[in-house]
Structure formats: structure tokens, C-alpha cells
Design a protein around this ligand. Structure first.
Ligand code: PAF
Length: 276
């Protein structure tokens, strides 16, 4: 596996090599990332893993500073999982002096995560547009944990006619249900245990939906009740259309329940599709 730092080198390496798969990441790999790399390996001729802790999508400087970084470990795991190229650009290569263009997905980028993390999705959409232009992949692989990010990226790719297919892979969970996240390593032992309430709440709401509860506000309260049991309060619990993220009042078709909650100082998100 090659480690490359600039777009010109990546373009040369992938030129004429067939179907290019891109796995966008900010590093600190866990099984969720590795499942994306393996899926790209199975579907593509060349697998490029993007590793860049994108400063413009962090709205809290402490989160950026504390974000786990270990390129050597990530490179070993990416190679083992089948990557051909680890594209790990510098901040200057992504945002050179004079950089002045941003991509904003209006509406979808302003609600839920966007409302609680102002500027976050403009940072995400801009860097994803850049990486898709730099690498030119036929397919890009994203994880379903960042469901709103997927919706924002899909909207942007469609709106800007970017010729990349967006593939989404299921959330990978710890045995006790906690969604894998690079931020989980920052949870203390007690926080780690309490954090399982996010998944337990979603499962309880999923069960309620499957046994006849169609009222979205009631389903959100089921999730909140489980969080409450661990003295956690959600930043939001939203019952939305899985593609458009439009809020639903009645679950009369498949819906997504998405939530964010702080466990100690660590902000976690999770989601689950539920059906009536
Ligand atoms: O999901 C992530 O890791 C990031 O938001 C992404 C897509 C790599 C953009 O920086």
C-alpha cells in the first residue's frame, strides 16, 4: 500500500487502473471503517482510503484537538483490509493559501446535526466535494452511522453532477450495541456502560413501532425514557424520512430515528430504521 500526500500523485496512481473506490475517513480506524475498506476491496479494482482530520467540520476546538490520531496504526489496518493507497493530505494541500470556496447544502445541512453543530455540514460537503474531485472515484463508501451526512453528500453529488455512486454500509456495533465511533475511546468506564442507552433506546422505540405505535412523538419519548434511566439527555431525538430527513409525525412507512447525546464530555450519535 502506498501512502500519498497530494492529489497529483493519487491521480497518476489510479489512472487507467479500472474502477476506483474511495473510503473517506478521519482516521482512528475501528471495525466500521475496516468494513468500508473491505467492501471497497470486494467491489473495486483500486481502493483509495482518504485519511484527513478535516478542521473545518469541527465546531468545537476541543473536539478537534482531542480527536484521536495514529497514522501508523491506521496505515497498517488499511493495508491489512485491502487498501491500495492511503491518501493522507496535509491541511495545506487541502486548503491552500487563498482557499475561498465552500459547498453548503441548504435546508438538509441546517437541521438536527447541522443545527447543533453550526458549519459542520458545510465543512463536510466542502471536503467531500474536494476529495471526490481529487480522486475521481466511481464509488465512495460511507457508514450509515452518519445518516444525515450521507443524505447531505447524496444531495450534493446529485446537485453538482458529480459522477460518483454513494454506497452506504450498515452501522457496526460493539457486542453490547454501542455504535462504533472513533470518539468511544474517550469514554470513561462508567460512561462507556451508560452510553449503551443510545442503542437500547432505539431498540425499544423500534419494538414499539413494530408492535403498533405510530406516533412519532411517542416513539421519541420511548428513546428519551431509556436515556433518562442513565441520567442522559438527548440533544435531539428525531423521527424522520430516511432519505430527505423531513420530520414525520406518524410512522406509516419506514422511518429513521436519529439522535445525539452527550455522555460526559463525549458527544455521540446513533440511528436506527424502524418500520410500522
Ligand atoms: O465521516 C467522516 O469521517 C468525515 O465526516 C468525512 C466524510 C471523512 C469528511 O471529513
Amino acid at each position: 500500500m502506498k501512502i500519498l500526500r497530494d492529489a497529483a500523485a493519487v491521480r497518476t496512481a489510479v489512472a487507467g487502473a479500472g474502477r476506483v473506490g474511495l473510503v473517506p475517513t478521519m482516521g482512528a480506524f475501528h471495525e466500521g471503517h475496516l468494513s468500508l475498506i473491505r467492501a471497497a476491496r470486494a467491489a473495486c479494482d483500486v481502493v483509495v482510503v482518504w485519511l484527513f482530520v478535516n478542521p473545518t467540520q469541527f465546531n468545537e476546538s476541543s473536539d478537534l484537538v482531542n480527536y484521536p490520531r495514529d497514522e501508523e496504526r491506521d496505515a497498517a489496518l488499511a493495508a491489512e483490509s485491502g487498501a491500495d493507497i492511503l491518501f493522507a493530505p496535509t491541511v495545506e494541500a487541502v486548503y491552500p493559501a487563498g482557499f475561498a470556496t465552500t459547498v453548503t447544502v441548504a435546508g438538509l445541512g441546517d437541521i438536527l446535526e447541522g443545527a447543533h453543530r453550526p458549519g459542520h455540514f458545510t465543512g463536510v460537503a466542502t471536503v467531500v466535494a474536494k476529495m471526490l474531485n481529487m480522486v475521481g472515484p466511481q464509488v465512495a463508501f460511507f457508514g450509515a452511522k452518519d445518516a444525515q451526512q450521507v443524505a447531505v453528500v447524496r444531495r450534493m453529488v446529485a446537485d453538482l453532477d458529480i459522477p460518483t455512486r454513494i454506497e452506504v454500509l450498515p452501522i457496526v456495533r460493539e457486542p453490547d450495541g454501542l455504535a462504533m465511533s472513533s470518539r468511544n475511546v474517550r469514554l470513561g468506564a462508567d460512561e462507556r456502560r451508560r452510553a449503551t442507552a443510545l442503542h437500547r433506546g432505539l431498540v425499544a422505540a423500534g419494538y414499539a413501532a413494530s408492535t403498533g405505535q405510530r406516533d412519532a412523538a411517542t416513539l421519541a419519548r420511548v428513546v428519551e425514557g431509556v436515556l433518562d434511566g442513565e441520567a442522559l439527555s438527548a440533544e435531539y431525538v428525531a423521527v424522520v424520512d430516511p432519505d430527505t430527513f423531513e420530520p414525520l409525525t406518524t410512522v406509516d412507512r419506514p422511518a429513521l430515528i436519529a439522535l445525539a447525546a452527550r455522555v460526559g464530555s463525549v458527544r455521540l450519535i446513533d440511528n436506527m430504521e424502524v418500520a410500522p
